[in-house]
Design a binder for this molecule. Structure first.
Ligand SMILES: [Zn+2]
Length: 482
């Protein structure tokens, strides 16, 4: 995610306020409630998407209360037990007086939700974090969700089962319940209500569902599929392959603009989901060459990290957006190094004199995105070179670390890199990160690029094959042989 945006609308500004690519400020830290064994939600929305109605019933005793992130309490029109007792107390739903077997029900003002930063609601379609609708117990328990829709509306989320394959004609108003865990609701996620049947395909071993908002996109549905397939194939050249088995994508037309994609954001609640805001008149070829989808998908190859670690997470995603596109044949080797070299030039001229850790933490206030992203990219390149001199690769080590983290938990960058160093058997990534993170100035990327034979000549980028590390440079962008 980078933020040279055009004509930002209020909901777009709201998304920006969320932080880069869904960086988390607080980790989930809940314990299971041992007595509660399950919760069944029925979620119903009206045709105009102004109201959502939820009923929650419990297997076994009800929990004492249900919680939801702000501003869920402000969006409640009403919340009552089956026999009509009001449930909202402060900002929780108090279930302590619910009789055995009794359910809770509440109504949500979706139109009002769209005033906030979390919900996109346009022209009878909406994108909502499911945690805002489905109030949950504090514990981690299995949940079943049945979504009931008016005719002509489709619901799409990473955890919603595709109803096509059950041998029965698709009937969106009576789809079978889908299963997820209530802790998935604690992590921001994407639940889309769209008019068009979601696009579904399989690419590089990954099942993909794409919810496409209505609009005036020049690119066709087939073009969107080819674009996303190309990006997935590029990211499939990472380490041991594409990092997730199931991928959810939301494509939202974002009006006129010269850049192919205005904004991208990864959310992980209930499974990985990437939102991409596409400018209307952008042709398919420009989307296929664009970096944004590859960048967002690269985030899925690492865990969520804290705000101060954004120079690591965004540095890695920015590095991989260039080299994976080169590996996947979407751009040339020259294009990739030119993008990295010019990114360094743009990153060098911004910054507030803070250390890189602090700059990353304060990035939304200082606006020093380019310094954070591109100084992080310089670290990623130097880290990759250090690893390759030892016979490893940066993407290989990150792929090997995947067994140690889940997609939902939030990691400290230092802990992740220490874990990678443990896998390597020697400290490589963390000491380099400590050095970069403490720097108040932009790193010396000229020396770094010279070492791999990358320089700007009179007009164009020049690649020298007699540089000390030119062979490693070529290996970095070479497609894997597997
Ligand atoms: Zn990012």
């Amino acid at each position: 995610m980078r933020t040279h945006l055009l004509a930002p609308t209020s909901w777009l500004l709201g998304l920006l306020a969320l932080g880069a690519c869904g960086a988390a400020s607080t980790p989930p830290d809940e314990l299971a409630e041992p007595t509660l064994v399950g919760i069944s939600y029925t979620l119903k929305v009206d045709a105009s998407l102004t109201r959502a109605n939820v009923r929650a019933c419990f297997d076994g005793p009800a929990p004492d209360r249900l919680i939801a992130p702000a501003p869920a309490a402000e969006l409640l029109v009403d919340a009552r037990s089956d026999d009509g007792a009001p449930l909202l107390r402060g900002d929780v739903l108090d279930l302590s007086r619910l009789a055995p077997g009794e359910c809770a029900r509440w109504e949500i003002d979706l139109a009002r939700a769209a005033w906030g930063r979390d919900v996109v609601r346009r022209g009878g379609e909406a994108l909502v974090p499911p945690g805002l609708l489905l109030w949950r117990p504090a514990g981690v328990i299995p949940a079943r969700v049945r979504v009931e829709l008016p005719p002509g509306l489709h619901a799409s989320a990473p955890w919603l089962d595709d109803e096509r394959d059950d041998g029965v004609e698709s009937r969106d108003d009576s789809r079978e319940p889908s299963e997820l865990s209530t802790d998935a609701l604690a992590v921001p996620g994407n639940l889309a209500f769209v008019r068009a049947e979601p696009l579904r395909f399989s690419e590089s071993g990954t099942d993909v569902e794409v919810a496409i908002f209505d609009g005036s996109l020049a690119v066709t549905r087939d073009g969107i599929e080819r674009w996303l397939r190309a990006a997935i194939r590029a990211v499939d050249t990472f380490g041991d392959g594409f990092p997730v088995e199931r991928l959810h994508v939301v494509v939202i037309p974002s009006g006129p603009g010269w850049r192919p994609v205005a904004f991208g954001l990864v959310r992980r609640g209930g499974g990985p989901s990437v939102m991409l805001l596409v400018h209307d008149e952008i042709p398919e070829e420009a989307l296929v060459r664009d970096w944004t989808a590859t960048h967002e998908l690269s985030h899925l190859a690492m865990p969520r990290m804290y705000e101060e670690d954004r120079w690591i997470s965004e540095g890695l995603a920015t590095y991989f957006q260039e080299i994976l596109r080169a590996r996947g044949g979407l751009i040339s080797e020259d294009d990739a190094w030119a993008a990295i070299a010019s990114g360094f030039e743009r990153g060098r001229v911004v910054g507030s004199g803070r250390t890189l850790w602090r700059e990353a933490r304060d990035m939304m206030r200082t606006g020093a995105f380019r310094r954070v992203y591109w100084a992080g990219t310089a670290w990623a390149l130097e880290a990759d070179l250090a690893l390759r001199r030892r016979g490893h690769t940066l993407d290989g080590v990150l792929a090997a670390s995947r067994a140690r983290w889940s997609t939902r938990e939030v990691w400290h960058g230092r802990d992740l890199l220490a874990e990678c160093d443990r896998l390597l058997g020697e400290p490589v990534l963390l000491p380099l990160a400590e050095r970069y993170g403490a720097q108040e100035e932009f790193p010396d990327t000229d020396a770094l690029l010279r070492s791999i034979g990358v320089s700007f000549g009179a007009r164009d980028l020049e690649l020298a094959d007699d540089a000390p590390l030119a062979e490693l440079r070529r290996a970095i962008v070479a497609p894997p042989t597997r």
